[in-house]
Design a protein around this ligand. Structure first.
Ligand code: C2E
Ligand code: MG
Ligand code: MG
Length: 711
């Protein structure tokens, strides 16, 4: 149908108004793809002069957004459409010559004449820069944490998933560290959320410094971080990294002129040993983290099979702890603190004990952290204060008594009133009560802490700084805080007499500092005669430790006091001995392709004592199969009948808790190569390897295995 003149005019007017409105622009090319038309106001908006556009090839003016194409749906470049003479539908392009980062969306249709000859494109374009930018931001927001700029949970999961898939086919390893800040909540609550945010930023900065480009760091939300470390499976290296993280994060932070101190716990799992895919590995790292926190915080822990048991146990303990108070399962024990000069009793430290009906004695190291987590520390702390004041008020001699106070309890709003009530109810003289607090009370609000100190001093109670030297080691607060006593942490006393150890110098330093400030000093955890001699020589005014007495029940304490036995005798080993853990378990011993079963008697980083093989010559090289794919190469150094002392080379390493492990394990990839489907390590990894992998000769044992009764 022919178009009337009037229609034509109206159409041109309409097109003009669309062009002018900026809603859409028009463009056209000749058959070679050269621009023959571009709306006038598009040219001015894009900052392209008249002559700049006409005659240029379309791809010189518009360029497909490569970043977009690379990331997204694999969109094809503009040249492809032009070459193929395809229709262009909603293609985002950049404007090459424009100084601004303009993004247009173009559409176009190829045109053909009556003889079906291609004669160019006619198309439209519109400015989508704003929409595009906000989409980008949204995408970024969806992948990165706005506060720290680190990858967020979503991105970390995606990265981990795709990396682990790739690594699996290349037989690579990947370690995962999961971090959770300790006492972050306390800082957040006392200093406020903006301070908490600032703290998180500084933490992420420190993590960046530690890991550099060794790994990808992400924030999972709250105070949880995740670090992915490709190609790391040496647990020795990971342990060192973990220790470094703990040390760096524990350094004080300055936030708007205020000091904040936090700690961190971390769990470590390694693919493919502890899990193959993201889900398994995250679960394993999470469990290790949970164990690190349960172990008292400020620690790292490797995932191991046993932890699954441990996690169940802890959940059970949390349940049971809720009833422990009602069921009267908590008791206070008392450990003497004696004067260093004459070993005369100067007071007792009260230490809480939980007699669990099935599990027996549960250590406060474990359940105090539990109580904090489930919000019961206030109740338990109050109970302890009342109990101790009441018991101490019955003593026939007016001795001092020390009570441990957890930082959470200390900064709770009613703490001072709780102390006051306990004193009033029991009638105990305030100066007989000593509160032991740790350096971590300085983690939060300085003003609040100072107020509490002042109020406590007004009550007349004494204050002791517990575990000194383990925390943040800033001496500045010592000057302002009204402590009557510093307790030197046992880690300085233990091994202080060993050669090449600077603990004794540290003890001297702490003592002279305390003397200068007019405070008493207690050497905690003194066990041996040589330690006692050393701490006395270094000037500690008081001593506490097994050398004088373990913590005893209240009845025993009462009895001693009633008998007037106030002088203690040092009783204990002469010398400190490096920690050898006594164990009694069956392990595998491999020699000459034969696997024996022996009993592991004790084990340290450098060696072990085993029993069960007769007359193994000194110098024999063996491999101990410690389970879970841990093979330790060792040489027999001592041998007597059925008992051998072996030396590990390389040495074992710490598992983060008080256990030991090997740096490396049998790799699941080895098991796969031996014909097993790839899976996380089974407990009996070596056995599996032996059965399915090695074609074994019917091996003849070289040594006689002997059964014996464990003593
Ligand atoms: P702490 O206040 O530093 O207490 C000293 C710990 O060292 C006690 O462990 C004590 O039994 C132990 N110890 C004493 N002498 C020696 C020694 O010669 N060698 C060795 N190896 N250890 C020695 P315990 O009773 O297991 O308490 C552990 C921690 O639990 C305490 O450390 C304290 O921080 C906390 N705790 C104990 N009772 C309470 C309580 O009533 N409330 C709170 N909030 N915490 C408590
Ligand atoms: Mg204490
Ligand atoms: Mg202590």
């Amino acid at each position: 149908m022919p178009i009337s003149q009037g229609d034509l005019v109206r159409r041109v007017e309409l097109l003009d108004s669309v062009e002018n409105s900026g809603l859409s622009w028009f463009w056209a090319t000749d058959q070679h793809g050269r621009m023959i038309y571009l709306s006038q106001n598009a040219q001015s908006r894009l900052g392209l002069g008249d002559e700049g556009v006409i005659g240029k090839h379309l791809t010189e003016i518009f360029q497909s957004d490569d970043a977009e194409n690379a990331e997204g749906d694999g969109g094809r470049p503009l040249a492809y459409y032009l070459g193929a003479r395809n229709s262009i539908v909603k293609l985002p392009v950049k404007v090459a010559a424009s100084a601004e980062n303009l993004i247009l969306e173009i559409a176009g249709k190829p045109q053909f004449d009556a003889q079906h000859n291609f004669c160019g494109y006619r198309g439209s374009a519109k400015d989508i820069t704003k929409i595009h930018e906000s989409q980008r931001d949204a995408k970024r927001l969806a992948q990165y944490d706005a506060l720290t700029g680190l990858a967020n949970r979503h991105r970390m999961n995606k990265q981990l998933d795709s990396s682990l898939n790739k690594y699996r086919s290349d037989k690579r390893a990947c370690a995962l560290m999961m971090l959770d800040l300790d006492r972050f909540k306390q800082v957040n609550d006392t200093l406020g959320h903006p301070a908490g945010d600032e703290l998180l930023k500084q933490v992420s900065g420190r993590l960046g410094q530690i890991f550099g480009n060794k790994g990808e760091i992400g924030r999972l939300g709250g105070d949880e971080f995740l670090i992915m470390l490709p190609d790391v499976d040496d647990r020795g290296e990971l342990g060192e990294l973990g220790a470094r993280v703990i040390q760096m994060i524990a350094q004080p932070y300055s936030i708007n002129g205020l000091r904040a101190i936090i700690g961190v716990s971390l769990g470590i799992a390694i693919a493919p040993y502890d899990g193959l895919n993201a889900e398994e590995l995250v679960k394993a790292a999470d469990l290790a983290l949970y164990a690190a926190k349960g172990g008292g915080r400020g620690q790292y822990r490797f995932y191991s099979r046993e932890l699954q048991e441990g996690a169940k146990l802890r959940r059970q303990l949390e349940e049971d702890l809720r009833d422990a108070l009602i069921k009267d399962e908590l008791v206070m024990h008392y450990q003497p603190i004696v004067k260093a000069s004459d070993y005369k009793l100067s007071g007792f430290e009260a230490l809480i004990r939980w007699e669990h009906p099935e599990r027996g004695f549960v250590s406060p190291e474990i359940f105090i952290a539990c109580a904090e987590d489930i919000g019961m520390i206030g109740q338990i702390g109050e109970w302890a204060l009342h109990k101790v004041c009441e018991q101490a008020s019955q003593w026939p001699i007016e001795l001092r008594v020390a009570v441990n106070v957890s930082p959470t309890q200390f900064t709770s709003s009613d703490f001072v009133q709780v102390v006051q009530r306990a004193l009033q109810k029991s009638g105990l003289a305030p100066d007989r009560l000593e509160l032991e607090i740790t350096e971590s009370v300085f983690a939060g609000d300085d003003d609040l802490t100072r107020t509490i100190f002042t109020e406590l001093k007004n009550l007349g109670v004494r204050l002791a700084l517990d575990d000194f030297g383990t925390g943040y080691s800033s001496l500045s607060y010592l000057r302002n805080a009204p402590f009557d006593k510093i307790k030197i942490d046992q880690s300085f006393v233990r091994g202080s007499t060993e050669e090449g150890n600077n603990n004794s110098a540290i003890i001297s330093a702490i003592v002279s500092l305390a003397d200068a400030l007019g405070m008493e000093t207690v050497a905690e955890g003194t066990e041996t005669k040589d330690e006692l001699a050393l701490v006395k020589k270094r000037g500690a005014s008081h001593v506490q430790g097994y050398i004088f007495s373990q913590p005893i029940s209240h009845e025993e304490a009462l009895e001693r006091l009633a008998k007037g036995q106030l002088i203690y005798e040092p009783r204990g080993p002469e010398k400190y001995r490096a920690d050898r853990k006594s164990v009694l378990r069956k392990i595998g011993l491999i020699h000459d392709d034969h696997r024996y079963i022996v009993t592991l008697r004790n084990i340290s980083k450098t060696g072990a004592r085993i029993e069960g093989l007769l007359d193994v010559p000194v110098g024999t090289e063996v491999v101990l199969d410690l389970g879970d794919g841990q093979l330790a190469v060792a040489t027999v150094r001592r041998s007597r009948k059925h008992v051998q002392g072996v030396e590990f080379e390389p040495p074992l390493i710490s598992n983060g808790a008080d256990g030991l492990c090997t740096r490396h394990r049998v790799s699941p990839y080895e098991l796969e190569a031996a014909g097993r489907p790839l899976a996380a390590l089974p407990h009996d990894a070596f056995g599996v390897l032996q059965e399915s992998g090695l074609k074994r000769m019917p091996s003849i044992p070289r040594f006689a295995e002997m059964e014996f009764e464990p003593t």
